[in-house]
Design a protein around this ligand. Sequence first.
Ligand code: WT7
Length: 679
Amino acid sequence: MAKTDPVETTEAQLAVHWKEEDYYYPPVSFIAQANVTDASILERFSEKNFPECYKEYADLLTWYKYWGKTLDTSNPPFWKWFVGGELNACYNCVDRHLPKNRNKTALHFVPEPENEPIQHITYQELWVRVNELAAVLRDFCGLKRGDRVTLHLPMTAELPITMLACARLGIIHSQVFSGFSGQACGERIADSQSRVLITMDAYYRAGKLLDHKQLADIAADKAQSENAAPEKVLVWQRHPGKYSSQTALVTGRDFIVNDLLPQYRGRRVEPEHMLATDPLFLMYTSGSTGRPKACQHSTGGYLAYVAGTSKYIQDIHPEDVYWCMADIGWITGHSYIVYGPLALGASSVVYEGVPTHPDAGRSWRIAEELGVNIFHTSPTAIRALRRAGEDIPARYNYHFKHMTTVGEPIEPEVWRWYYEVVGKKEAVIVDTWWQTENGGFLCSTVPAIAPMKPGSAGPGVPGIYPVIYDDEGKEIPAGAGQAGNICIRNPWPGLMQTIWGDPERMTRQYFERYCKDKKSTDWHDWPYLAGDGAVHAADGYFRILGRIDDVINVAGHRLGTKEIESAALTVPEVAEAAVVPVPDELKGRVPELYVSLKPGFEASPELSAKIAAVIAEQIGPIAKPKHVWIVPDMPKTRSGKIMRRILTAVSTKGNTGDITTLANPDVVEIIRSTVQKGT
Ligand code: WT7
């Protein structure tokens, strides 16, 4: 390694000097029961069988009408899958399981308060509750297929019930993470032109009953300010029969769902026959520019893809008890708590609260009590559980056959704790790399076939052909030891259909960079740019290094730096703002914020706190900067560009390198001493 100047050495370049990790092999007991044990799946999904290979995933579903064309590429990059096919996602996740599994648990709802009993909701009960709610949505709200509805629901059974009721009617749901602020929710109501907002009065988090309905009022006001006020706000009660919010209901707008339901008791609603290419839901995520954008996911392609990957990568059998700790407000929860596991008829756990509440044993007690055998979480949660008690899992008598990690790179050290202590060396681990845009997994090992390698996701999953390109668009071969931009060469059924209301952005952000011929309708000319740096090892495994754009991955979720900066700029005193990602022991990365003030204002701890509070209020607590440093000026180039890499170096106590080319080199020392004094 010749060059070690930290400013010039990117994370990607450093990564290739990490040592190769040893393989871990799947336990024999896992292989003995796995859904797929022979490597012929790789052959079936190889390029020569593309796109017809995906028929195997679509055949896991029940169709009203079989599709004509598997893949239509006539309007790139807006690929269409299973064209002409008709199905209903709710029917596939609920109704079709009734003849055999009416009495089987579909959802285990685990309330955070440990003295509140777990609800075991059977497929029959789920069917009844979904039908009655669908009747409310259709007959009370007047909603119909193609309408949008925003959900701002916490992790309770009502969230999947509401999603499924929407899917039954062909209503496009847009669930906003409950930890997001009222303003963030309101922006998304406006952007999606949702007719109705569905929320809950309150929920438990870290031992407290949080008033959640108050956010609905802020959201409705915000949407109204953009001329998009929701017609109605439906409010679920966390404790049915009792209103747990301090906030008043707005007459004519707000309705308690639990009060409406008795009028619809016993009502049954026929599932709509949806086209495979009709949208199922919207999911917002952050990109490098401006406002969050909604990824529009399809009914047929998406459901086929999550069913297929749930079966082969998550190894879900109908008899499994599956617990994914993600929040359903993120794509992971949509795909791998709700749609994938329920399409396969498994039992899926919905846990309301914090994994370490009231103590570090909570997760393992849940696993023990419910007989969870598949466990799915993020490196951030694994780090938190490890910090809360290295040896606590050993005290509990649960047994996992399979575990997943998702959302951010996992350090090999943390991986080994997960494998040895949480998995008790009995469970196979898959490190699944993918994104909100993708619907389901892109890279992972197929668990009974390929060995695990700590810190590496693995090769492309069956039917996904990744490649790494350098900045010039030249392919970097496996084993070259050089990092580049990971792309997927082919379309796949889980890929979003478009960015809601902004198709041009779909093309620009994901396909423009490496498109070989914009006039071509041959998919080979349209590689998908994921926006992550990665290294392709000689064995074909990909190691993901992180984002290449202005997006910070905090605790496994993307936040746009521009979103945070624009929130900071709404504080009247702030003149300029720059966000940099800094490593965090628990969350992987967290934002730190640098601001300069308008003339006449003074730095103070109160002002820093106020700026942080405004960000939390506008976006959500997840975006709150670890520090807000008020500095006299930003380091700038002569053309006036803020040099974020210098701020990053100061925040991470790295070498700022050559600063003589700055317009204001002297400010760097002042910034450094501000930061040093602060820590
Ligand atoms: C970004 C996507 C879809 C899962 C939830 C996050 C990072 C995701 C991994 C992994 C390393 C990962 C990437 C990706 N990421 N999984 N296994 N190893 N990094 O969804 O908010 O859309 O974020 O998360 O940087 O681009 P998201």
